[in-house]
Structure formats: structure tokens, C-alpha cells
Write a protein that binds this ligand. Structure first.
Ligand SMILES: [Ca+2]
Ligand SMILES: [Ca+2]
Length: 277
């Protein structure tokens, strides 16, 4: 145990001074971090996106400012999309101009959360408080609720690969969140439950035979300690990733180029970069 701790202390790279960072995304040269700054559902106009070099040096702290509670970053071409309480917004990362805005307040949500893209010009957006996931066409702005409200339990993190949407759930007051997937095949939409009642799940990405996800709870499901865990498709088992304590690990991002996880630690106001072995 001690050996693991020293190994990861040596490899671990921390970047400090964020304000409730909820989400990270990287490009070839940069990383973008969404700072909620305060409560997850308050329209306080103090939320912002920071742009940094991937070594952690700040490029522009208030790259996009005047937001409320930005979460769930996703880059498509030169546009950065994210959720902000009840809206989906998009900004061009070269010009910083707003290029997309869609109001989802008619659906009575105040907790739009993660966002991810498919391969044909759509994004998926989770609405944790109303138990819904929306498929949104970026060109026509048509909104299509997937309508698995009876099956899902507070959808939070999303990842889309090979016609499959992977979902990590936050859970509700009586049952903890788990993992599910929705497949889009031959015009059909097929829901599949992987595991129930795991914890307070947040970030998610699929890699090889595993789903990596962050869990805000410890083993007795009480404290907000949090770890990155893996669900293996072959064994159907969940194991902990070897890592230091990651308090409040939210919407992490897997950077294929460097084989690293960029993990925003919301309660510690930092981003930690961890290698995947
Ligand atoms: Ca805020
Ligand atoms: Ca999230």
C-alpha cells in the first residue's frame, strides 16, 4: 500500500486554484476546465471556463466568463459545448464567440450535467434532476428525450463510443447510482443495465474492456471521499483503480494521446493528472 502511495505521489501532477471544477477536456495542446464556482444550481453569473496548457500552466483563467454553473465539457471541431444549469452553450475556442445556445428550462430541469457527442452531429445531455437524457441535433436544435426515466437513477456522466452511450448515475436518496448503457443499432434504441446501487457516480469513460468511473462515496457509501473505479465487461466486477485519495472527483477526461486521466477534484479545487498503466 505504501509503495503504491509513493509511486502515485511521484507520478501525480496537480494543478491548483480552481473554483469547484466539475469537468475537464483536452485537445492536442490545451486543457479546458469548467469552474462551477459555488452551488451546482445557482444562477450567480460567476462560473467560468479556464484554458491551460497541458503541463498545467494557465493560458487564460477567465477564458469564458459570466456563466452560472458550467459542467460537462465536450469539443466538436473548434467548438466547446457545455451545460449551464438549464442551457446548453457552445463557444468557438479560436474566436471565443458564442455559436450555440439552447434553453431546456421547459423540461423543468435545473441540473443539466454531462455532455458527449456521437458520430453524426448530435450531442447527448444528461439532466440528473429529472432523470432524463436528451439527444440534441446541433444543426436543427431538435431535442429528443430518450425517455428511460423509469430505468435510470439520476444520470450524470456520459460517454459515447461505437453506437453505445455509457451512463454513470448519481442515484437518489434511497438507492445509489449504478452503470447503464443505451445502444443505437439499426434504428433501434436498446437499454441495458450493467450494475445497480454502487455509489454517487459522476465521470465516466469506456476504454478497452473496462468502464472507468468516479464515485464520490467510500466503501460504506457515506463519506464524500471518492475514487476512480473500473467495471470490467468480462468479469462483470468492479475494482478500484490504484490511485491516491481523490476527494470529489467529478467529470474526468481520458486523454488518448498521453494515456492520462485528467480528474477535476471539485471539493479540493484542483485537477489531478493520473497515468493509466
Ligand atoms: Ca456559480
Ligand atoms: Ca458530472
Amino acid at each position: 500500500m505504501h509503495l503504491f502511495a509513493s509511486f502515485f505521489t511521484a507520478c501525480k501532477h496537480e494543478i491548483l486554484n480552481f473554483k469547484e471544477p466539475e469537468s475537464v477536456v483536452t485537445t492536442e495542446a490545451f486543457m479546458y476546465v469548467a469552474n462551477v464556482n459555488g452551488s451546482y444550481d445557482k444562477k450567480d453569473s460567476n462560473g467560468y471556463i479556464t484554458k491551460l496548457y497541458k503541463n498545467g500552466k494557465v493560458y487564460d483563467t477567465l477564458f469564458i466568463g459570466g456563466l452560472d454553473s458550467p459542467k460537462g465539457l465536450c469539443i466538436i471541431k473548434n467548438n466547446l459545448y457545455f451545460t449551464d444549469i438549464d442551457k446548453v452553450l457552445g463557444y468557438n475556442i479560436i474566436t471565443k464567440q458564442k455559436v450555440f445556445e439552447l434553453d431546456l428550462s421547459a423540461y423543468k430541469t435545473q441540473f443539466l450535467n454531462d455532455i458527449c457527442k456521437d458520430d453524426s452531429g448530435n450531442i447527448f445531455v444528461s439532466a440528473t434532476d429529472i432523470n432524463e437524457i436528451f439527444k440534441i441535433n446541433l444543426t436543427t436544435k431538435s431535442i429528443y428525450p430518450l425517455d428511460f426515466r423509469k430505468e435510470l437513477n439520476g444520470p450524470n456522466g456520459l460517454d459515447f463510443r461505437n453506437d453505445t452511450l455509457y451512463i454513470a448515475e448519481l442515484g437518489n436518496d434511497s438507492i445509489h447510482g449504478g452503470l447503464a448503457l443505451i445502444e443505437f443499432k439499426d434504428g433501434r434504441i436498446i437499454y441495458n443495465r450493467l450494475v445497480y446501487n454502487v455509489g454517487y457516480l459522476d465521470g465516466i469513460f469506456q476504454l478497452n474492456d473496462d468502464i472507468y468511473f468516479s464515485d464520490w462515496s467510500d466503501s460504506d457509501k457515506k463519506k464524500m471521499s471518492s475514487k476512480i473505479k473500473k467495471f470490467n465487461f468480462t468479469t462483470r466486477k468492479i475494482t478500484d483503480m490504484e490511485s491516491p485519495e481523490l476527494s470529489g472527483c467529478a467529470d474526468m477526461f481520458f486523454d488518448k494521446k498521453t494515456n492520462q486521466i485528467f480528474a477535476p477534484l471539485m471539493t479540493l479545487n484542483k485537477v489531478v493528472i493520473l497515468p493509466i498503466k
